[in-house]
Design a protein around this ligand. Structure first.
Ligand code: NAD
Ligand code: WQD
Length: 339
């Protein structure tokens, strides 16, 4: 198939591009480079020995995107484009709602105009409501949409609803909503990886920058949670496992909308991450405990069994491997991609 990969120059998108090209699909990336650079796609071409077609367009701008894509043929869409910084979404809610919702609405229109019915969408574990007492790992039947604490999370829940409603009006549409847990790591080549602009919001890139000496110490957000060591527990999934989950979802699409967790089913605490990254890098990771970050939950771990049963997919790479691959990327590219 020729896949339209929206947001394909970004962290996850570049790894999805490798997974698609490696099994013989063709890739057409649409990206506005608002949070990425074309260098990531050059690297994808180096890794795979294949070439990628690229269209530079802001998907929130329907006339521009429509014009740029008018002569293009594609068989399916994987939609990863959007803004993703939780804190920024609180200070700039309009920009987040406008970009993230318009991009999805516009892509759905463009799909109809091109008679394309296959869609894989990047959702997030952030759509789940805080787990009720006694619930350990989250499966897809857990309540979502209530208790979301930031506009970014709401855009994911709203995009899920938009896709469900559009599917009802267009029964041929086949969509998979993939709820990612915490993607980490990098392609084992060390050529592509996560390259956040400014101060990283997420734990792994922050820890990696401490290890490389770009930041002094990690601030650990709280150590009084009801978890084994008191720090927050998350389900960290290797980004190549996540990328392969998109392939599986694409292969198993059927009319309707289905939701899948992409996670490992295992939880690791902030201090586990510090220790594992320290082992992987051979560096000390100084840290201090600070106040909890508003909106954080104690624990968010997937029950990934639906994806295993229905998509034949499960994560195969270990947490240690993810930290080693993240370190290879960070140490080979201490300043990220060349500008
Ligand atoms: P990223 O910022 O690296 O990638 C997103 C890409 O979309 C970037 O290349 C950016 O330039 C592009 N983009 C943004 N707005 C656009 C627009 N209007 N038009 C065209 N391109 C646009 O982020 P990522 O970590 O690779 O995340 C990919 C997707 O997965 C996002 O939708 C994100 O919300 C979702 N997600 C990410 C995580 C995570 O922890 N990284 C977790 C769950 C869900
Ligand atoms: C992980 C753990 C923090 C940074 C976020 C989004 C979510 C999804 C993934 C897109 C938590 C702790 C972190 C630091 C710390 N993104 N931490 N010091 O919060 O699980 O999820 O990214 O959809 O929507 O909310 O990930 O990497 O920010 O935090 O102690 O400097 O690390 O408190 O326990 P999170 P994270």
């Amino acid at each position: 198939m020729r896949i339209l990969l929206a947001g394909g120059a970004g962290y996850i998108g570049s790894h999805v591009a490798v997974a698609l090209l490696d099994v013989g699909h063709d890739v057409l990336v649409v990206d506005d480079y608002s949070n990425s650079t074309p260098a990531s796609l050059d690297r994808v071409e180096r890794i795979t020995g294949r070439s990628i077609d690229v269209v530079e367009a802001d998907l929130a701008d329907l006339p521009a995107s429509r014009a740029e894509l008018s002569g293009e043929r594609f068989d399916a869409v994987i939609h990863l484009a959007g803004l993703k910084a939780v804190g920024e979404s609180v200070t700039e809610p309009s920009r987040y709602y406008r970009t993230n919702l318009s991009s999805t609405l516009n892509l759905l229109d463009i799909m109809r105009e091109h008679a394309v019915s296959k869609l894989v969408f990047s959702s997030s574990a952030t759509v789940y409501s805080p787990a009720a007492e006694g619930v350990e790992n989250l499966d897809e039947s857990q309540p979502s949409g209530l208790g979301i604490t930031n506009p970014y999370g709401w855009t994911k829940a709203m995009n899920e609803q938009i896709i469900r409603d559009v599917q009802r009006s267009r029964p041929g549409l086949q969509a998979a909503l993939l709820r990612y847990f915490n993607p980490i790591g990098a392609h084992p080549s060390g050529l592509i990886g996560e390259d956040p602009a400014g101060i990283p919001n997420n734990l792994l890139p922050y820890v990696a920058q401490v290890a490389i000496g770009r930041r002094d110490r990690l601030a650990v957000f709280g150590d009084q949670y009801p978890t084994p060591d008191g720090t927050g527990v998350r389900d960290y999934i290797h980004v190549m496992d996540l990328a392969e989950g998109h392939l599986a979802a694409l292969q198993h699409l059927e009319p309707g909308v289905d939701t899948f967790n992409l996670g490992t089913g295992e939880g690791h605490s902030v201090l586990d991450v510090v220790r594992m990254f320290s082992d992987a890098s051979g560096k000390d990771i100084p840290y201090e405990i600070v106040a909890p970050r508003p909106g954080d939950v104690a624990r968010a771990v997937a029950d990934p069994s639906k994806a295993r049963k229905r998509l034949g997919w499960q994560a195969t790479r270990s947490f240690a491997e993810a930290c080693q691959d993240a370190w290879r990327w960070q140490s080979q590219n201490p300043g990220g991609y060349p500008i």
